[in-house]
Design a protein around this ligand. Structure first.
Ligand SMILES: [Zn+2]
Length: 320
């Protein structure tokens, strides 16, 4: 059990963007010292066509750091995600490329816009100026990624081929509205981005989309999952099923919390405190993000009504 100082230090330690990006895995993190996370090397050879490079940005919301994956078997390769641009990351990436006799990166695929996945783009482009950058455009035209420079839009089902490997893009919004996963056709394995993590569970902006994306990933029947944070997931289908069940259980708990409470008005914070009773305050703050998304979904389902007063969502139990 981590003491208060441990998790507070972890919470504020390394993330410059913590509330809008990776609020992931707080359940594990706040109750588990960092040393219990699986230890990963600065770069690891995972399969004949997959190398993982750590982003050098460990923290409360990034676990061991953000993974970059080097894909292929030739001298030119594709990479997935770029870390946040932390000190040492670029050197590790170059060392991994050199060790495997890679002379250039042709394409940079970004799973989504969050800064811990995109912050390394600048340094990689400086070293490999011909590399094409790919990301799904965000709906509505506004994209916080834009300050990093131009990118080409990834279409659902689009394939990216390099020697020894073909990646098929799978549009999978929910954690972020531009989120893309990738299927490595030759292995039948998946790069899940932040939708499924190596340890703990993830957060999402849109619960309905997130659940549909988990199902899309499940439909691909991956044998292994290479997540954007944490170690390789060996029991891929079981893990996806556990994620789906976990969220459905939370939904039932949210409804029960509202039914059991006296009165009929609840703020998101109050519902979160009931569902996540016993969790530290900071963990509940992170959980409120998910509770909010799940209550939005319950509202769409007609099970509750939501109103927004003074900037705070209030869920009102609907008779059903
Ligand atoms: Zn993310």
């Amino acid at each position: 059990m981590a003491n208060a100082d441990t998790y507070v230090a972890s919470f504020f330690g390394s993330s410059r963007y913590f509330l809008h990006a990776q609020l992931a895995t707080w359940q594990n993190w706040f109750f588990t010292p960092a040393v219990k996370l699986t230890k990963l090397g600065p770069y690891d050879y995972l399969s004949p066509v997959v190398i993982r490079v750590l982003g050098g940005n460990p923290g409360a919301f990034t676990l061991q750091g953000t993974n970059t994956y080097i894909i292929g078997s030739g001298t030119e390769r594709i990479i997935i995600d770029t870390g946040e641009g932390a000190t040492g990351y670029h050197d590790n990436l170059l060392a991994a490329l050199k060790e495997h006799h890679v002379s250039s990166i042709t394409d940079i695929l970004l799973t989504h816009w969050h800064p811990d996945h995109t912050g390394g783009v600048h340094s990689i482009r400086r070293t490999f100026p011909a590399a094409r950058v790919w990301k799904r455009a965000r709906p509505g035209g506004e994209d916080q990624y834009d300050r990093n420079g131009p990118f080409q839009n990834i279409e659902d089902g689009q394939c990216f081929a390099t020697s020894g490997a073909t990646l098929r893009a799978l549009f999978s919004p929910g954690h972020a509205d531009d989120h893309m996963s990738f299927i490595l056709e030759e292995e039948g394995n998946a790069f899940s981005g932040d939708n499924v993590l190596g340890e703990g569970t993830s957060v999402f902006e849109d619960f309905h989309q997130y659940m549909a994306s988990l199902q899309r990933l499940r439909d691909c029947k991956p044998r292994l999952i290479y997540p954007s944070h944490g170690p390789v997931i060996e029991d891929a289908m079981d893990r996806v099923d556990a994620y789906i069940k976990h969220r459905m259980d939370r939904e039932a708990q949210i409804l029960k919390a509202m039914q059991d409470a006296p009165g009929d008005d609840f703020t998101i914070r109050e519902v979160t405190a009931k569902v996540y009773e016993g969790y530290p305050y900071f963990a509940q703050l992170a959980a409120a993000h998910n509770t909010n998304s799940q209550m939005q979904k319950l509202c769409k389902d007609g099970k509750i009504m939501l109103s927004c007063e003074a900037g705070l969502f209030t869920g009102i139990l609907h008779l059903f």
